[in-house]
Design a protein around this ligand. Structure first.
Ligand code: BTN
Length: 327
Protein backbone atom coordinates (compact mmCIF):
# COMPACT_ATOMS: atom_id res chain seq x y z
CA UNK A 1 0.00 0.00 0.00
CA UNK A 2 1.52 3.34 -1.02
CA UNK A 3 1.80 6.20 1.44
CA UNK A 4 -0.23 9.39 1.39
CA UNK A 5 2.12 12.30 2.03
CA UNK A 6 1.04 15.62 3.62
CA UNK A 7 1.99 17.28 0.30
CA UNK A 8 -0.37 15.04 -1.65
CA UNK A 9 -3.13 15.43 0.93
CA UNK A 10 -2.86 19.21 0.43
CA UNK A 11 -3.61 18.72 -3.27
CA UNK A 12 -6.58 16.46 -2.55
CA UNK A 13 -8.01 19.01 -0.12
CA UNK A 14 -7.99 21.58 -2.92
CA UNK A 15 -10.19 19.42 -5.17
CA UNK A 16 -13.76 20.57 -5.49
CA UNK A 17 -16.84 18.42 -5.22
CA UNK A 18 -18.94 20.86 -7.28
CA UNK A 19 -16.87 21.41 -10.38
CA UNK A 20 -13.88 20.08 -12.28
CA UNK A 21 -10.52 21.80 -11.81
CA UNK A 22 -7.72 21.25 -14.28
CA UNK A 23 -4.36 19.90 -13.17
CA UNK A 24 -2.75 23.08 -14.43
CA UNK A 25 -5.02 25.36 -12.36
CA UNK A 26 -4.45 23.25 -9.26
CA UNK A 27 -0.68 23.21 -9.79
CA UNK A 28 -0.61 26.99 -10.19
CA UNK A 29 -2.85 27.58 -7.18
CA UNK A 30 -0.77 25.31 -4.94
CA UNK A 31 2.65 26.20 -6.34
CA UNK A 32 3.49 22.63 -7.31
CA UNK A 33 3.98 20.71 -10.55
CA UNK A 34 1.27 19.01 -12.59
CA UNK A 35 3.06 15.74 -11.90
CA UNK A 36 2.53 16.32 -8.16
CA UNK A 37 -1.20 16.87 -8.79
CA UNK A 38 -1.35 13.71 -10.88
CA UNK A 39 0.48 11.64 -8.25
CA UNK A 40 -1.66 13.07 -5.44
CA UNK A 41 -4.84 12.07 -7.26
CA UNK A 42 -3.41 8.59 -7.89
CA UNK A 43 -2.58 8.18 -4.17
CA UNK A 44 -5.96 9.60 -3.13
CA UNK A 45 -7.79 7.11 -5.32
CA UNK A 46 -5.69 4.26 -3.95
CA UNK A 47 -6.70 5.40 -0.47
CA UNK A 48 -10.37 5.19 -1.45
CA UNK A 49 -11.16 8.78 -2.41
CA UNK A 50 -13.58 8.77 -5.35
CA UNK A 51 -11.98 11.23 -7.78
CA UNK A 52 -13.50 11.69 -11.23
CA UNK A 53 -10.93 12.35 -13.92
CA UNK A 54 -12.19 13.74 -17.23
CA UNK A 55 -9.82 14.52 -20.08
CA UNK A 56 -9.79 18.22 -20.90
CA UNK A 57 -11.74 19.14 -17.74
CA UNK A 58 -9.61 17.90 -14.86
CA UNK A 59 -10.49 16.46 -11.48
CA UNK A 60 -13.48 16.49 -9.18
CA UNK A 61 -14.37 14.58 -5.98
CA UNK A 62 -17.49 12.51 -6.51
CA UNK A 63 -18.71 12.69 -2.90
CA UNK A 64 -18.54 15.56 -0.36
CA UNK A 65 -15.66 15.25 2.10
CA UNK A 66 -15.15 17.28 5.27
CA UNK A 67 -11.41 17.40 5.86
CA UNK A 68 -9.91 17.73 9.33
CA UNK A 69 -8.49 21.13 10.21
CA UNK A 70 -5.56 20.03 12.39
CA UNK A 71 -4.55 23.45 13.84
CA UNK A 72 -8.05 24.36 15.06
CA UNK A 73 -8.65 20.85 16.41
CA UNK A 74 -5.31 20.96 18.22
CA UNK A 75 -6.26 24.30 19.77
CA UNK A 76 -9.65 23.01 20.89
CA UNK A 77 -8.07 19.91 22.44
CA UNK A 78 -5.32 21.97 24.08
CA UNK A 79 -7.99 24.20 25.67
CA UNK A 80 -9.01 21.20 27.76
CA UNK A 81 -5.49 19.96 28.41
CA UNK A 82 -5.35 17.31 25.69
CA UNK A 83 -2.63 16.93 23.09
CA UNK A 84 -3.68 16.42 19.48
CA UNK A 85 -1.37 14.88 16.89
CA UNK A 86 -2.66 14.83 13.33
CA UNK A 87 -1.18 12.82 10.48
CA UNK A 88 -2.03 12.62 6.79
CA UNK A 89 -1.40 8.87 6.86
CA UNK A 90 -0.57 6.22 9.45
CA UNK A 91 -0.69 2.46 9.15
CA UNK A 92 -2.52 2.25 12.49
CA UNK A 93 -3.15 5.02 15.02
CA UNK A 94 -3.04 2.40 17.79
CA UNK A 95 0.35 1.06 16.68
CA UNK A 96 1.71 4.58 16.37
CA UNK A 97 0.43 5.66 19.80
CA UNK A 98 1.62 2.44 21.48
CA UNK A 99 5.14 3.27 20.31
CA UNK A 100 4.74 6.91 21.38
CA UNK A 101 3.41 5.79 24.79
CA UNK A 102 6.45 3.55 25.32
CA UNK A 103 8.66 6.52 24.52
CA UNK A 104 6.88 8.58 27.19
CA UNK A 105 4.03 10.36 25.37
CA UNK A 106 1.91 12.33 27.84
CA UNK A 107 -1.41 11.26 29.32
CA UNK A 108 -4.37 12.32 27.10
CA UNK A 109 -2.42 12.38 23.84
CA UNK A 110 -4.77 11.87 20.91
CA UNK A 111 -3.40 10.61 17.60
CA UNK A 112 -5.55 10.92 14.51
CA UNK A 113 -4.87 9.93 10.91
CA UNK A 114 -6.69 11.45 7.98
CA UNK A 115 -6.14 8.06 6.36
CA UNK A 116 -5.31 4.81 8.15
CA UNK A 117 -4.13 2.11 5.77
CA UNK A 118 -3.67 -0.92 8.07
CA UNK A 119 -6.21 -0.44 10.83
CA UNK A 120 -6.36 -3.22 13.37
CA UNK A 121 -9.60 -4.57 14.82
CA UNK A 122 -10.33 -6.87 17.72
CA UNK A 123 -9.32 -10.52 17.52
CA UNK A 124 -6.72 -9.92 14.82
CA UNK A 125 -9.21 -8.56 12.31
CA UNK A 126 -8.53 -5.63 10.02
CA UNK A 127 -10.38 -2.33 10.19
CA UNK A 128 -11.09 -0.80 6.81
CA UNK A 129 -11.61 2.93 6.30
CA UNK A 130 -11.38 4.85 3.03
CA UNK A 131 -9.83 8.31 2.91
CA UNK A 132 -12.35 10.92 4.08
CA UNK A 133 -15.08 8.42 5.00
CA UNK A 134 -14.25 7.67 8.64
CA UNK A 135 -12.63 8.90 11.82
CA UNK A 136 -9.71 6.81 13.01
CA UNK A 137 -8.02 7.94 16.18
CA UNK A 138 -6.45 6.69 19.41
CA UNK A 139 -6.24 8.23 22.86
CA UNK A 140 -3.60 7.49 25.49
CA UNK A 141 -4.97 7.20 29.00
CA UNK A 142 -2.51 6.72 31.84
CA UNK A 143 -4.35 5.28 34.84
CA UNK A 144 -3.39 5.02 38.48
CA UNK A 145 -5.20 1.64 38.49
CA UNK A 146 -3.53 -1.67 37.71
CA UNK A 147 -4.54 -3.40 34.47
CA UNK A 148 -6.91 -5.65 36.44
CA UNK A 149 -8.67 -2.52 37.71
CA UNK A 150 -9.53 -1.50 34.16
CA UNK A 151 -12.14 -4.27 33.69
CA UNK A 152 -15.17 -2.72 32.06
CA UNK A 153 -13.16 0.12 30.51
CA UNK A 154 -14.11 -0.85 26.97
CA UNK A 155 -17.81 -0.77 27.85
CA UNK A 156 -17.43 2.65 29.49
CA UNK A 157 -15.78 3.84 26.27
CA UNK A 158 -18.79 2.62 24.27
CA UNK A 159 -21.18 4.53 26.55
CA UNK A 160 -19.04 7.70 26.27
CA UNK A 161 -18.98 7.56 22.48
CA UNK A 162 -22.72 6.96 22.36
CA UNK A 163 -23.29 10.05 24.55
CA UNK A 164 -21.28 12.16 22.11
CA UNK A 165 -23.20 10.84 19.10
CA UNK A 166 -26.53 11.53 20.81
CA UNK A 167 -25.41 15.10 21.57
CA UNK A 168 -24.55 15.50 17.88
CA UNK A 169 -28.06 14.37 16.89
CA UNK A 170 -27.42 10.68 16.19
CA UNK A 171 -29.85 9.21 18.69
CA UNK A 172 -30.57 5.64 17.66
CA UNK A 173 -27.12 4.22 18.40
CA UNK A 174 -26.89 1.22 20.71
CA UNK A 175 -23.93 -0.56 22.27
CA UNK A 176 -23.18 -4.19 21.58
CA UNK A 177 -21.09 -6.13 24.07
CA UNK A 178 -18.27 -5.71 24.55
CA UNK A 179 -17.71 -2.40 22.77
CA UNK A 180 -19.27 -2.02 19.33
CA UNK A 181 -21.64 0.77 18.45
CA UNK A 182 -24.50 -0.35 16.22
CA UNK A 183 -27.70 0.95 14.70
CA UNK A 184 -30.06 -1.98 14.40
CA UNK A 185 -27.84 -4.83 13.24
CA UNK A 186 -25.41 -2.56 11.37
CA UNK A 187 -22.00 -1.69 12.84
CA UNK A 188 -21.26 2.02 13.16
CA UNK A 189 -18.05 2.02 15.20
CA UNK A 190 -15.52 -0.28 16.81
CA UNK A 191 -13.08 0.12 19.69
CA UNK A 192 -9.71 -1.55 20.19
CA UNK A 193 -8.12 -1.10 23.61
CA UNK A 194 -4.53 -2.16 24.23
CA UNK A 195 -3.37 -2.19 27.85
CA UNK A 196 0.03 -2.26 29.45
CA UNK A 197 1.24 -1.97 33.02
CA UNK A 198 2.19 -3.79 36.19
CA UNK A 199 0.05 -6.04 38.38
CA UNK A 200 -0.11 -3.36 41.06
CA UNK A 201 -0.42 -0.35 38.75
CA UNK A 202 -0.14 2.17 37.30
CA UNK A 203 -1.20 1.19 33.78
CA UNK A 204 -1.81 2.76 30.43
CA UNK A 205 -4.46 2.21 27.81
CA UNK A 206 -4.32 3.04 24.13
CA UNK A 207 -7.96 3.41 23.16
CA UNK A 208 -8.49 3.19 19.41
CA UNK A 209 -11.76 4.27 17.85
CA UNK A 210 -12.88 3.72 14.28
CA UNK A 211 -16.20 5.25 13.26
CA UNK A 212 -17.82 5.23 9.85
CA UNK A 213 -18.82 8.78 8.92
CA UNK A 214 -20.09 8.31 5.37
CA UNK A 215 -20.11 5.80 2.49
CA UNK A 216 -21.23 2.99 4.80
CA UNK A 217 -23.09 1.35 1.90
CA UNK A 218 -19.85 1.04 -0.11
CA UNK A 219 -18.08 -0.46 2.90
CA UNK A 220 -20.97 -2.88 3.54
CA UNK A 221 -20.70 -4.08 -0.05
CA UNK A 222 -16.96 -4.53 0.26
CA UNK A 223 -17.21 -6.41 3.57
CA UNK A 224 -20.35 -8.35 2.75
CA UNK A 225 -21.99 -7.51 6.04
CA UNK A 226 -24.19 -4.90 7.60
CA UNK A 227 -22.41 -1.59 8.19
CA UNK A 228 -23.73 1.93 8.62
CA UNK A 229 -22.40 5.47 8.98
CA UNK A 230 -23.08 8.64 10.95
CA UNK A 231 -24.17 10.76 7.96
CA UNK A 232 -26.95 8.30 7.10
CA UNK A 233 -28.45 8.76 10.55
CA UNK A 234 -27.90 12.51 10.65
CA UNK A 235 -29.57 12.96 7.28
CA UNK A 236 -26.70 15.20 6.12
CA UNK A 237 -22.95 14.92 5.61
CA UNK A 238 -21.39 14.89 9.08
CA UNK A 239 -18.63 17.39 9.81
CA UNK A 240 -15.75 15.08 10.69
CA UNK A 241 -13.89 17.74 12.67
CA UNK A 242 -16.87 18.63 14.88
CA UNK A 243 -17.59 14.95 15.37
CA UNK A 244 -13.99 14.15 16.30
CA UNK A 245 -13.97 16.91 18.88
CA UNK A 246 -17.28 15.79 20.38
CA UNK A 247 -16.09 12.18 20.56
CA UNK A 248 -12.71 13.13 22.06
CA UNK A 249 -14.28 15.33 24.72
CA UNK A 250 -16.91 12.76 25.69
CA UNK A 251 -14.24 10.08 25.82
CA UNK A 252 -11.99 12.25 27.98
CA UNK A 253 -14.89 13.00 30.38
CA UNK A 254 -15.96 9.35 30.43
CA UNK A 255 -12.43 8.17 31.20
CA UNK A 256 -12.18 10.59 34.12
CA UNK A 257 -15.50 9.23 35.41
CA UNK A 258 -14.25 5.67 34.98
CA UNK A 259 -10.98 6.49 36.75
CA UNK A 260 -12.91 7.82 39.76
CA UNK A 261 -15.83 5.37 39.97
CA UNK A 262 -15.09 2.36 37.73
CA UNK A 263 -17.56 0.71 35.40
CA UNK A 264 -20.25 0.55 38.11
CA UNK A 265 -21.02 4.21 37.33
CA UNK A 266 -21.83 3.29 33.69
CA UNK A 267 -23.52 -0.04 34.22
CA UNK A 268 -27.22 1.01 34.23
CA UNK A 269 -26.74 3.28 31.22
CA UNK A 270 -24.87 0.55 29.38
CA UNK A 271 -27.60 -2.02 30.03
CA UNK A 272 -30.33 0.38 28.92
CA UNK A 273 -28.41 0.93 25.68
CA UNK A 274 -27.50 -2.70 24.98
CA UNK A 275 -28.80 -3.75 21.57
CA UNK A 276 -29.18 -7.36 22.71
CA UNK A 277 -30.45 -6.83 26.26
CA UNK A 278 -32.90 -9.59 27.18
CA UNK A 279 -32.48 -11.31 23.83
CA UNK A 280 -31.56 -14.88 22.91
CA UNK A 281 -27.87 -14.77 22.03
CA UNK A 282 -24.75 -16.86 21.86
CA UNK A 283 -21.23 -16.08 23.05
CA UNK A 284 -18.37 -17.70 21.18
CA UNK A 285 -14.82 -17.95 22.48
CA UNK A 286 -11.53 -17.88 20.58
CA UNK A 287 -11.81 -21.69 20.24
CA UNK A 288 -15.15 -21.14 18.40
CA UNK A 289 -17.04 -22.94 21.20
CA UNK A 290 -20.34 -21.15 21.74
CA UNK A 291 -22.73 -20.93 24.69
CA UNK A 292 -26.37 -20.00 24.12
CA UNK A 293 -28.63 -18.15 26.53
CA UNK A 294 -30.39 -14.89 27.26
CA UNK A 295 -28.33 -11.70 27.69
CA UNK A 296 -29.51 -10.49 31.09
CA UNK A 297 -26.95 -7.74 31.68
CA UNK A 298 -23.37 -7.04 32.69
CA UNK A 299 -21.72 -7.00 36.10
CA UNK A 300 -19.71 -4.15 37.70
CA UNK A 301 -16.63 -5.36 35.81
CA UNK A 302 -18.28 -5.40 32.40
CA UNK A 303 -18.63 -9.20 32.21
CA UNK A 304 -21.63 -10.29 30.15
CA UNK A 305 -24.17 -12.25 32.17
CA UNK A 306 -25.84 -15.02 30.23
CA UNK A 307 -28.83 -16.93 31.56
CA UNK A 308 -28.38 -20.40 30.07
CA UNK A 309 -31.55 -21.73 31.70
CA UNK A 310 -29.46 -23.74 34.14
CA UNK A 311 -27.32 -20.93 35.57
CA UNK A 312 -26.10 -17.36 35.09
CA UNK A 313 -22.70 -17.52 33.39
CA UNK A 314 -20.29 -14.59 33.17
CA UNK A 315 -18.11 -13.88 30.14
CA UNK A 316 -15.15 -11.52 30.21
CA UNK A 317 -14.34 -11.97 26.53
CA UNK A 318 -15.93 -13.44 23.43
CA UNK A 319 -17.98 -12.71 20.38
CA UNK A 320 -21.66 -12.01 20.88
CA UNK A 321 -24.32 -12.70 18.26
CA UNK A 322 -28.06 -13.16 18.12
CA UNK A 323 -29.22 -16.78 18.08
CA UNK A 324 -30.07 -17.53 14.48
CA UNK A 325 -28.76 -14.06 13.53
CA UNK A 326 -26.29 -13.14 10.84
CA UNK A 327 -23.76 -11.40 13.05
C1 BTN B 1 -13.19 -3.67 16.13
O1 BTN B 1 -14.41 -3.44 16.06
O2 BTN B 1 -12.73 -4.76 15.78
C2 BTN B 1 -12.29 -2.58 16.62
C3 BTN B 1 -11.88 -1.64 15.53
C4 BTN B 1 -10.98 -0.54 16.02
C5 BTN B 1 -10.44 0.29 14.88
C6 BTN B 1 -9.69 1.50 15.38
S1 BTN B 1 -9.41 2.66 14.09
C7 BTN B 1 -8.30 3.56 15.10
C8 BTN B 1 -7.52 2.55 15.90
N1 BTN B 1 -6.33 2.14 15.19
C9 BTN B 1 -6.38 0.87 14.83
O3 BTN B 1 -5.50 0.26 14.19
N2 BTN B 1 -7.52 0.31 15.26
C10 BTN B 1 -8.34 1.25 15.99
Amino acid sequence: MSALSPRHLRVLRALSVDCFTSGETLAQRLGCTRATVHNAVRDGMRAGLPVQVVRGRGYRIARPVTWLDAPSLQDALAARGMIGEFHAHLDSTNSHLLARAQAGAPHRTLVCAEWQSDGRGRRGRVWLAGLGTALTFSLLWRSRHAVAGLAGLSLAVGVSLRRALAAQGVRNVMVKWPNDLVVGEAKLAGVLIELSGDMLGPSSAVIGVGINVCAGADLAQRLGRSVTDVSTHLGSVADRGALLLALAEALDDGLAEFEAHGFAAFRAEWESAHAYQGRAVQVCGADARCVAGRAVGVDDYGALMLDTGAEIRRFHAGELSLQGGLD
